[in-house]
Design a protein around this ligand. Structure first.
Ligand SMILES: [Zn+2]
Length: 192
């Protein structure tokens, strides 16, 4: 298994639509395993293939909360086949939008259909944080970030800060100065 570099916004690859996979072959299984390891290391509770620059419809999740304990979930071609009218609001974070969090409202309960790591068709009823996370990851496959669900004013402010942080990091690397210690992201475990 290998750790993969995680892309951060604004990167044009995060805005692309990912392609469905034909079969869960050895290459896809390797991608799933590498993504899971990358997600745990980040740390995060979900990761979508485009976040590591692979435009394929593959996501991984692992949520461990008092109310939901999923263990590792691998999903190829995930699709929401039912969604509740009732919404729930969570403060979301994203490994591709580091250190920014925002409230996003989404359907509280969804049913997702997908192919698992063995290539078997599965359906899963999701609620709570799992419902939010699975919708957040499927959004990534369609080039949508959680900041696309908030006001353009707030989104542009976040994107400007991310761009500035990236330029500062590049400048520091050029100057060969020791990098500043990274500030701990608030509620980092919720990044997905
Ligand atoms: Zn994300």
């Amino acid at each position: 298994m290998a750790l993969l570099p995680i892309l951060t916004a604004p990167d044009p690859r995060l805005k692309k639509k990912s392609k469905p996979i034909e079969t869960v072959d050895a290459e896809i299984v390797r991608l799933m395993d590498d993504m899971l390891e990358t997600m745990y290391a980040a740390p995060g509770i979900g990761l979508a293939a485009p976040q590591v620059g692979v435009l394929k419809r593959v996501i991984v999740l692992d949520i461990e909360r008092e109310d939901v304990k999923t263990g590792p979930l691998f999903m190829a071609n995930p699709e929401i086949i039912e969604a509740s009218d009732e919404d729930v609001t969570y403060e979301e974070g994203c490994l591709s939008v580091p250190e920014h969090y925002s409230d996003v409202a989404r359907p509280a309960h969804v049913r997702v259909r997908y192919l698992d790591r063995e290539g078997k068709a599965q359906e899963l009823a999701c609620d709570g944080l799992l419902a939010t996370c699975v919708q957040h990851e499927i959004d990534h496959l369609d080039g949508v970030l959680f900041i696309d669900h908030i006001s353009s004013l707030k989104r542009n402010m976040i994107l400007r800060k991310l761009l500035k942080a990236r330029k500062d990091a590049e400048r520091e690397a050029e100057d060969d100065k020791p990098a500043l210690p990274k500030s701990r992201a608030k509620a980092a475990a919720e990044a997905m």
